[in-house]
Write a protein that binds this ligand. Structure first.
Ligand code: ADP
Ligand code: 5GP
Length: 187
């Protein structure tokens, strides 16, 4: 059972900085394996298959659901995302800490299967700053930005009420340090 303590989940509303933070944390420790998840969404400019995500078709995604290959899966902003079970097990069997960068629906599901998993939530300093960061990062349409800001309200609620650790990502370097410390000390 104690092996399950080696699963860490990071969730944050869109634009908070979770992707940036996870990349840095991965560089800081050889003990951490960031699990590449599957998605049916199209790659954004600069994203590569197998690195950012495994970009798969809806048909393949549904096949993986039927075969029970996901530890959890969810519909997020109209696309499907799922964490392959075998990749979590494989990381743990190698003695690594498995780090999942998934939404709060996923975090909740992982905690219900692996009760010792550590849920880490990150929040933006304000909604205004979150919106600035979303706009800085990508060429999303106004409707897509609105959807992300809207679903941030629910993500925030879940993070505040169900997550084991919560951080506000104001200063990037400080946030990275705090999260790296939590991961280093747990599991
Ligand atoms: P997420 O994965 O949570 O949607 P990203 O990691 O893509 O967010 O970050 C969104 C944008 O915000 C990026 O341009 C990133 O460089 C920037 N960013 C991340 N953390 C901070 C911070 N603490 N202060 C200012 N900008 C930040
Ligand atoms: P994006 O499309 O912006 O990369 O990610 C959208 C959201 O889906 C983010 O909150 C991201 O963390 C989440 N996500 C990525 N992979 C998974 C997954 O396998 N499962 C779940 N539940 N969420 C995921």
């Amino acid at each position: 059972m104690s092996d399950y303590g080696k699963i860490f989940v990071i969730s944050a509303p869109s634009g908070t900085g979770k992707t940036t933070i996870a990349k840095k944390i991965k560089e800081l420790s050889k003990d951490i394996e960031v699990i590449t998840t599957c998605t049916t969404r199209k790659p954004r400019p600069g994203e590569t298959d197998g690195n950012d995500y495994r970009f798969i078709t809806l048909m393949k995604f549904k096949e993986m659901i039927e075969k029970g290959e996901f530890a959890e899966w969810a519909l997020v902003y109209d696309n499907y995302y799922g964490t392959p079970k075998k990749d979590i097990i494989s990381a743990i069997n190698k003695g690594k800490k498995a780090l999942l960068i998934i939404d709060t629906q996923g975090g909740r599901s992982i905690k219900s299967i692996f009760s010792e998993a550590v849920l880490i939530g990150i929040l933006p300093p304000s909604v205004e700053e979150q919106e600035r960061r979303i706009r800085k990062r990508s060429g999303l349409s106004e409707a897509e930005i609105k959807k992300r800001l809207e679903s941030a309200k629910e993500e925030r609620k879940v993070i505040l009420s169900e997550y084991d650790h919560r951080f506000i990502n104001k200063n990037l370097e400080k946030t990275i340090k705090k999260i790296a410390t939590v991961i280093e000390r747990s599991g």
